[in-house]
Design a protein around this ligand. Sequence first.
Ligand code: GLN
Length: 236
Amino acid sequence: MSESTVRIGLVLPDVMGTYGDGGNALVLRQRLRMRGHDAEIVEITLSDAVPDSLDIYTLGGAEDSAQRLATRHLQRYPGLQQAAAKGAPVLAICAAIQVLGHWYETSSGERVDGVGLIDVTTTPQKLRAIGEVTTTPLLPGLTAPLTGFENHRGGTTLGSDATGLARVTRGVGNGVGDGMEGVVHGAALGTYMHGPVLARNPELADLLLSRALGVSELAPLELPEVEQLRRERLRA
Ligand code: GLN
């Protein structure tokens, strides 16, 4: 690995990685390599301390018990929080939004203190949200609709330091009646979208990469199969 290698942290794939969310790290690495960058995925498991020195971090969804193990680990080794404070982009999927928030309640009603990186709280809703979700992004730099697959019971309330990533046009999203999907707070960005979300939304992948590289924008990649996937999912 050279000095200029972009290092992508795949955080706790052993406990947080439902629906192939680890694919987000693969997409980031591939889009970097296609542009001529050296890029590597660094897997951080429950046996590892969390380094604060990586260029970008991704965390996937999880069931309640696994989510709790992840929460404890990130509290014990605060490398992710330190990296985010220095501006490293963090992508949090589904349960990871909840873990990185102030607290979340499990489906059995127990309240668990979160990591406190993102200004949100999460409580279980009456109905589980399952299915395709489509949104209109609110984050500057994103113009194309976002699409993904959601499966969660938690409903996430945004605090005053957080904003919604996008407005829901189909599906449930954060699930607390404000029409929002996902969250943006500083360098951290969260979404309930699986897919993996970055395979289905290349514009979001490139936004995160441009932040990780410290450039204002990246030359687009012409990938007809990705465009075909997007057309299919937007029609689904
Ligand atoms: N256990 C959480 C919920 O149901 C997260 C689920 C997930 O990550 N798929 O809200």
